[in-house]
Ligand binder design. Sequence first.
Ligand SMILES: CC(C)(COP(=O)(O)OP(=O)(O)OC[C@H]1O[C@@H](n2cnc3c(N)ncnc32)[C@H](O)[C@@H]1OP(=O)(O)O)[C@@H](O)C(=O)NCCC(=O)NCCS
Length: 158
Amino acid sequence: MNPPPVLRRATPADAAVALAWTPGDDDLRRWAGPSTRCPATPESLWADINNADATPFALESPEHGLVGFGQVRFREQTYGHLARIIVSPHHRGLGLGRLLCTTLMREALKLHPAITGYSLYVFPDNPNAIALYRSLGFVDRGMHPTYYCMLMEAPLSA
Ligand SMILES: CC(C)(COP(=O)(O)OP(=O)(O)OC[C@H]1O[C@@H](n2cnc3c(N)ncnc32)[C@H](O)[C@@H]1OP(=O)(O)O)[C@@H](O)C(=O)NCCC(=O)NCCS
């Protein structure tokens, strides 16, 4: 995509656009998390995902507007944790998921210089996302004790 999209801090309006990309409850929970209240409104979604420890980012194209959304958290005082990763359905398969993740990983290190690695959760039946994360150096670390989510981790060098 030329000019390339850039990362900036996200607003509630960005989350509302991302909500519109996934009108179905299952598709929404796939990126926003299994405990997201459904049916969601822009207000309920923002309340659910705007945790004090999570920094939201928007991937914005000068030409196409918002093309991606994601968050960075500081998990267990150790990991730069990527969350709420989504690319616009109109712009998938163009390398934007990879760009979003790598730029979020750089932001995680800037925001939390003490991290010694990266982590994320993904539904085990999300092969496209898992393939993306594996290609970035993430490895499977087993299922979440409560939710139907798999933990993946990557070294700082990923
Ligand atoms: C997962 C997601 C973020 C990938 O975004 P994307 O912009 O399409 O991904 P990219 O174009 O950067 O592709 C990067 C890699 O992802 C994998 N991938 C992406 N789409 C794929 C597909 N349809 N089939 C197989 N692998 C795929 C590949 O490994 C690809 O690398 P390659 O192009 O070298 O083969 C996007 O599909 C999405 O937003 N899905 C819905 C929300 C979601 O599931 N989020 C993840 C929450 S954990």
